[in-house]
Design a protein. Sequence first.
Length: 189
Amino acid sequence: MSIGLVVGLGNPGGRYANTRHNAGFWFVDAVARDYRLSFRTESRFSGEVARIQTADIDCWLLKPQTFMNRSGVAIQAMAQFYKIPVNAILVAHDELDLSPGTVRLKVGGGHGGHNGLRDTVQQLASAEFSRLRLGIGHPGHRDQVVDYVLSAPTDSDRHAMDEAITRSLAVIPLLFAGEFNKAMQQLHR
């Protein structure tokens, strides 16, 4: 199944723009730049949207503006309106369990304590969407997680994360073509 909706998870507003929790936004912004697109606010989807339309691709990009804990509201609204099946959705998000610069593709699974994923699973009534897991590292203790994800990465971590996003962009055409396994093999090398 080719991807029909690419969602980046993050928190809206300048206060959060450069925080680790916005790695999903950074990825979707990079996809939009690659395709020379601009986002526009779409209130019925509680988010910013853009659309890639070429002879071979018809895919929406979404940045929910509902804050992380309610991300699924925007995703579900858009998927329902455009009749995008759950298995045609790719959600890009920050991942504590991977070091900065590491990126992994997967289909399905739990939310791993990620509130954006938790709400997405709940709103879609399914966990069978694809995930692009962008490593941000872990602060070392669970009591430090909230402050950690809501703070900016170090310069070296941000550089590693940006490189991971660049590597991820290279497999987007494979995902649009429905070549998920090839994309995974290339990205995980």
